[in-house]
Design a protein around this ligand. Structure first.
Ligand SMILES: NC(=O)c1ccc[n+]([C@@H]2O[C@H](COP(=O)([O-])OP(=O)(O)OC[C@H]3O[C@@H](n4cnc5c(N)ncnc54)[C@H](OP(=O)(O)O)[C@@H]3O)[C@@H](O)[C@H]2O)c1
Length: 259
């Protein structure tokens, strides 16, 4: 949607969430930011206030369903939500070991349950907003990944979690259209953030977070269902998907793993 005035972003204490918060920060904008690290979150909140935004910053774990519901409701009561970005997520690689059950479940809890805990209460509240004139009632965005188009060895749980929220978001887009709620799924390639800083392999078409934030914002303003970038990596993934599975399996087995 164009010109959202009340924006909630999870995982805003670093990386893409921080870059989005800084990009949207301006006079007249209410930003509601969450993360778990209070110090980093307050630093981002301070920078957004310096840019003129009103900021509500709270350390809330996205896995904590009642806490997330309460946070979303408090922000909506302050100023009805226009845009909610479910960005918080983690990436754990398997290194040399096969992924343990506990690790898989942790990734699923944060990357899948955390997204649902953010989006579901927001959508319920947006649906009750008075019918707008020509524009939408609100917009929600779900942070998936290019890793959500295919299972890559080295990060099975991460890929599965990103595939789950991508498909969920795409279905929700069709479901929520009738209520005037826009849904976008965001699928970044490699972006320079703390999440990718530990990768010891060459990341093709790696980009900076502020540039990624501008691309995401433009896509959201245009109500793109799928915001995928960089396009060259997307093209490679599409080619990979078109190849016969035995060939892709052989190719992917050779890829370096995330530690
Ligand atoms: N960077 C990339 O190349 C890339 C590519 C594709 C998709 N993505 C996705 O983009 C999103 C942001 O990643 P990033 O690269 O910006 O990583 P990042 O710098 O590590 O940021 C992750 C953010 O999520 C928050 N977070 C993690 N677990 C949380 C939890 N349980 N509750 C609340 N907040 C939590 C972190 O907060 P604290 O640090 O305060 O705990 C942090 O603010 C993720 O969903 C990631 O999968 C990133």
């Amino acid at each position: 949607m164009r010109n959202p005035k009340s924006i909630l972003i999870t995982g805003a204490s670093s990386g893409l969430g921080e870059a989005l918060a800084l990009d949207y920060a301006a006079p007249g904008i209410l930003l509601a930011l969450t993360g778990r690290d209070r110090t980093r979150l307050e630093a981002v909140a301070g920078a957004c206030r310096d840019a003129g935004a009103t900021v509500i910053a709270e350390t809330v774990d996205v896995v904590d369903e009642p806490a997330m519901k309460g946070f979303v409701a408090r922000v909506h009561a302050e100023r009805p939500l226009d845009l909610v970005i479910a960005n918080a997520g983690i990436s754990i690689g398997t290194g040399k070991e096969t992924e343990a059950q506990e690790q898989t479940q942790t990734v699923m809890r944060i990357n899948v349950d955390g997204v649902v805990n953010t989006i579901a209460p927001a959508v319920a509240l947006m649906r009750e907003k008075p019918a707008p004139g020509a524009g939408p009632r609100g917009q929600v965005a779900i942070m998936s990944s290019l890793a959500g188009f295919r299972g890559f060895p080295g990060a099975p749980a991460y890929c599965a979690s990103k595939a789950a929220v991508r498909v969920w978001g795409e279905a929700m887009r069709g479901e929520l259209h009738q209520f005037g709620i826009e849904v976008s799924v965001i699928c970044p390639g490699y972006v320079r953030t703390p999440l990718t800083a530990t990768n010891r392999f060459r990341m093709p078409f790696l980009m900076d977070a502020d540039r990624a934030a501008r691309i995401m914002r433009r896509g959201l303003e245009r109500d793109r269902g799928r915001i995928v970038y960089p396009w060259r990596l997307y093209l490679l993934v599409r080619v990979l998907l078109a190849l016969p599975t035995p060939i892709t399996d052989r190719m992917l087995r050779r890829l370096p793993k995330k530690e």
